[in-house]
Write a protein that binds this ligand. Sequence first.
Ligand code: SD4
Length: 293
Amino acid sequence: MNEPISISTWSFGIIAARAVVKAFREGKSVLDAVIAGAQAVEDDPSVTSVGYGGLGNSIGTVSLDAAVMDGKTLDCGAVAGVENIRHVASLAKLVAEKTPHILLVGKGAEWFALQNGYPLQTLLTPETVALWEKNAHQMKVAEPWTHDTVTVLGRDAQGNLAGACTTSGLSYKLPGRVGDSPIIGSGLYVDNEAGAAGATGVGEEIIRIVGAQFMVEQMRQGKTAQEACELAAKRHHITAKRRGKTPVSVAFIAIDREGSVGAAVTTHSAQFQYAVTRGEQIEMFQGKVVIEG
Ligand code: SD4
């Protein structure tokens, strides 16, 4: 299996998929290809959970989180709580490239973006302002339609893995709230020697099980990408049950060393779709629903 492959979360993963295919065709590295995929979604105002056109937090501010990771070098970078900067996935790559750090947050991340020539831009659209005004009084964090990260994992023809994720997080979240996406090991983890994994859904629950790292370690032990995703979904069920809670919407995707892809979702996010590319081909799939036991 020597053609480049990728997997991207949700129905809008198709937008990422097209950009990834184009980037691979242009000879970009797998890391740059997955970032191109993430950026295509950041630029699309019809996606109300990522980048430009993302929904606001409880005070109406759009606050973005993103991370990237290179499976060959284990270089990784992330930004969290970033306002008025659109391309946060590429900003996360710059953190990895240009600083000795991994995670920059808030004003510091914005300052770093400005220093590197990123324009200040509003992330609100007339549509998201209207949506926010209509729904904010209910303050329903974590309704299915209020959140969806785009997580893009890729594997090049040489077997190198990389991943990127970018999100406006849970809409109506508290100001300052950061989810799983920029936490390396929770929303994203990639290691050429084991696999690539990412998550989407209610970030607090993904952080609680350190979802992406959990999946990569399963693949390191020989599990396939699909098995690793299903084990992560079960892990969430077990954890929720132990805490006396009902499982929530969480979905997992992965690529293993052999280049097989996997995806699984908990019961409450049964509508989870994802896009897979193989060479020039793009296909949409429905995530397998996994219930513990
Ligand atoms: C977060 N995991 O901030 C993100 C939101 C998301 O599908 O992916 N929702 O918690």
